[in-house]
Design a protein around this ligand. Sequence first.
Ligand code: GSN
Length: 219
Amino acid sequence: MAGKVVLHYFNGRGRMESIRWLLAAAEVEFDEVFLTTREQYEKLLSDGALMFQQVPLVEIDGMKLVQTKAILNYIAEKYNLHGKDLKDRVMINMYTEALIDLMEMIMILPFTPDPNSKLDNIQNKAKERYLPVFEKTLSGPPHLVGGKLTIADVLLLECTLMLEEQFPTILSKFPNIKAFQGRMKSIPAISKFLQPGSKRKPPPDDVYKKTIMEVFQFK
Ligand code: GSN
């Protein structure tokens, strides 16, 4: 037995949240160690646990994995959420890369000097660049790639829920994505993750921001 999966990150969404979503969709149990102090981070560094001195860090199958996309791909491959062949996989990767780009724009908002000034640009990019692609792809099939659930579906749900938190009516002109959300939310593992008390994290607050600033000694 390789032991339980352990996530090392802050008690907040950040780059780890997509990993939590994917593990939940794959019905993989995991433990979490929350970074709250600079000393904890320095201990991870001195233990040699962080290849590039960065988190997310995920302990899985006897390995200490870093780099979010590599971790996501490992989990997706392992739990059969990465398509059936190379051509499925490249499509899945194109979708997930785009979704991560979009989610990163929202993720960094608490750390930018004038976040409100960035919102219009994010909303426009979402509506004009990203959402139309997913709306078109979902005009027939229930899933984005290969007729079955993949990491691309999981991240599309995560991303669109995140967008709706910022822009509540953003999906009003995207009925296929809205219907997709409904189907995804009814999957038992995902429904469970959306319930209060799950390991899903809330939007960033001041405590989360302050913890990150202190751990990384950002000014
Ligand atoms: O995706 C990844 O895991 C890496 N390409 C980036 C990871 C990263 O930037 N991690 C941050 C904290 S999480 N938020 O962005 C980090 O560890 N920063 C400390 C540092 O010295 O870079």
